[in-house]
Design a protein around this ligand. Structure first.
Ligand SMILES: [Ca+2]
Ligand SMILES: [Ca+2]
Ligand SMILES: [Ca+2]
Length: 197
C-alpha cells in the first residue's frame, strides 16, 4: 500500500527535472581502446525539427569555440534520440561528421538553437581552464561516455545530472551499466543516477 501511494510523488519529482525540449544526453569523446567512434547524443521532443540548432565545442584552454556542427535539415527521431557521430562505426548515427570528436577535458560542449545556448555540459578539472557548462562540471574519464541518468534528467548542474557510463549507448537509453564511475573516479555498482561523492 505504501508503494502505491509513493509512486505518483516519485514520478512528479522526476518529471519536474525534464526542463528543456532538447538536451545533450550523452557524450563519448575519449574512446580509449573501445574501437567505437565518438558521438554526441541529443534527447528531447520527438520529431523536433533541428533547423537553426548547432553543437558548439568550447575549448577549456582559452574559451574559444571549436568544432561547430550545424544540425539544420535534420530532425529528432520518433523515439526522442538524435545521434551526431564521428564516423559510421557508431550505431544509430543520424548525422556523421568528423567534428563530433570533441577534446578530452577540461572542455565543454553547448547546444544552441536560433536564439542561443539552450543546454551545455562541461567535463574535467577546470581549476585552470574556462568552464562553459552548467553550474559544476561532471567527470572526465577514458573509455566511458558521460550521460544523463535517467535520459533527459536536467537540473542544470552537470555534476548531478551526468554519470560515467561503462557502456556507451548511442541512440538508446542510458541504461544501467555493469560498472559506473562517479565524478571522483570511484567505481560503483549501484543503480542510482546521482553520483556526487
Ligand atoms: Ca576526442
Ligand atoms: Ca541544462
Ligand atoms: Ca544513450
Amino acid at each position: 500500500m505504501k508503494i502505491l501511494i509513493s509512486l505518483p510523488i516519485f514520478l512528479f519529482i522526476q518529471l519536474n527535472s525534464f526542463a528543456g525540449e532538447l538536451v545533450i544526453n550523452e557524450v563519448f569523446y575519449d574512446p580509449g581502446t573501445t574501437g567505437l567512434g565518438c558521438f554526441v547524443e541529443l534527447y528531447g521532443k520527438p520529431n523536433l525539427k533541428l533547423d537553426g540548432y548547432k553543437l558548439v565545442g568550447i575549448n577549456g584552454n582559452g574559451g574559444a569555440e571549436y568544432n561547430i556542427i550545424d544540425l539544420s535539415g535534420y530532425k529528432v527521431k520518433p523515439n526522442g534520440f538524435f545521434v551526431v557521430a564521428q564516423n559510421k562505426s557508431v550505431p544509430n548515427a543520424d548525422l556523421v561528421n568528423a567534428k563530433a570528436d570533441y577534446q578530452n577535458g577540461p572542455d565543454s560542449i553547448q547546444l544552441h538553437d536560433k536564439e542561443g545556448k539552450i543546454d551545455a555540459v562541461g567535463y574535467g578539472d577546470f581549476s585552470n581552464a574556462v568552464f562553459a557548462g552548467e553550474k559544476e562540471p561532471t567527470l572526465d574519464v577514458i573509455g566511458y561516455s558521460i550521460g544523463r541518468r535517467p535520459d533527459g534528467f536536467d537540473t542544470n548542474d552537470n555534476s548531478l545530472d551526468f554519470v560515467g557510463l561503462a557502456v556507451p549507448s548511442p541512440g538508446r537509453p542510458n541504461m544501467p551499466a555493469m560498472a559506473e564511475v562517479n565524478r571522483k573516479g570511484k567505481l560503483t555498482q549501484t543503480w542510482a543516477y546521482i553520483k556526487q561523492n
